[in-house]
Design a binder for this molecule. Structure first.
Ligand SMILES: Nc1ncnc2c1ncn2[C@@H]1O[C@H](COP(=O)(O)OP(=O)(O)OP(=O)(O)O)[C@@H](O)[C@H]1O
Ligand SMILES: [Mg+2]
Length: 289
């Protein structure tokens, strides 16, 4: 599919724009902590598109890659973030014409009366054309079995993703166990989604690295004692199920930034260092999830 969007017109700026989008999206991907499987996959797709262009120039045949995917992982493990970056990478590579992300869930796809479901599903696919349709908690479409309208939505999605394979990527996402069950009970689906990516929960070290990325981006830093407090809170959260992963880190840091502001507000003389520093008191107490 990529070769169709290549151009040799010197006045066409699409290639330059796409190159910039690609570089920016690859840099964003590199900034993500962990996720080595995702990064590996993206580099494989990028290499494949490059080689396919070279092969086309040599008159060799190319099979267009099937890029529909399954994302499995807990909340806050980075699925939506990766899908958004991936859209831009595929746009940058010329695989997708727009690269935008449309995120939907069961209620956006499944209707309440006969005929309503196909209408709703088609409408969402239409919005996503040129980009990625990301179905969150996709297993909920199979809830209720064959008589449920969810089944109709799955059938409709499968048909539309094949009709529009040139310029649409469908990602089905959800918790690992539920997605595995969903795929086991819908074997026809599994073969249509050749790419399956696991988003493991982040380790404590990775959560701290993610906190550092957030803080650096926002020009803040933790005092040594605040780092220990954050460590303590993250360790505690990890002992709970669905601890929130990277989203919890973001919420903790954003709350700490508000509390630091409250602690400092009204102080006439504040140094640059004080304006940047998060102290343990800014992190303590209450739930940030
Ligand atoms: N590897 C990472 N490095 C840095 N930040 C990350 C990483 N993964 C996730 N984040 C950040 O964590 C937050 C939550 O991530 P995201 O929304 O992508 O999770 P999700 O898997 O889609 O969750 P849900 O299943 O609840 O929708 C976002 O702000 C994102 O920027
Ligand atoms: Mg999400």
């Amino acid at each position: 599919m990529a070769s169709l969007r290549q151009t040799t017109d010197p006045w066409d700026t699409t290639a330059d724009t796409n190159f910039n989008i690609l570089q920016q999206a690859l840099a964003q991907l590199d900034c993500l902590v962990g996720l080595s499987d995702v990064k590996q996959l993206v580099y494989e797709i990028k290499a494949l598109v490059e080689i396919q262009h070279r092969r086309t120039k040599e008159g060799l045949t190319n099979e267009p890659p099937v890029l529909h995917m399954i994302f499995k992982g807990n909340p806050g493990s980075g699925k939506t973030t990766v899908a958004r970056i991936l859209g831009n990478i595929l746009k940058g590579l010329g695989v997708l014409s727009k690269g935008h992300l449309i995120e939907v869930e069961r209620a956006d796809l499944v209707g309440e009366y006969i005929g309503h479901t196909a209408l709703k599903t088609r409408e969402q696919v239409k919005r996503a054309l040129g980009g990625i349709l990301f179905v969150d908690e996709a297993y909920s479409l199979a809830r209720g079995g064959n008589k449920d309208f969810g089944k109709e939505s799955i059938d409709c999605l499968v048909k539309l993703m094949e009709d529009n394979r040139d310029d649409l990527v469908l990602i089905l996402a959800g918790y690992r166990d539920e997605m595995d069950y969903f795929l086991r009970t819908n074997p026809g689906l599994r073969s249509r989604f050749p790419i399956q990516i696991d988003f493991p929960d982040y380790s404590l070290k990775q959560l701290l690295d993610i906190a550092n990325v957030f803080l650096l981006e926002r020009d803040y830093c933790l005092s040594a004692a605040a780092r220990e407090e954050l460590c303590l809170q993250l360790r505690l959260a990890q002992s709970l199920q669905h601890s929130g992963n990277a989203r919890l880190v973001r919420n903790l840091i954003e709350r700490a930034i508000r509390r630091q502001a409250l602690r400092l507000a009204g102080n006439r003389h504040l140094t640059r260092k004080e304006l940047m520093l998060i102290e343990p008191i800014d992190l303590k107490g209450g739930s940030a999830a």
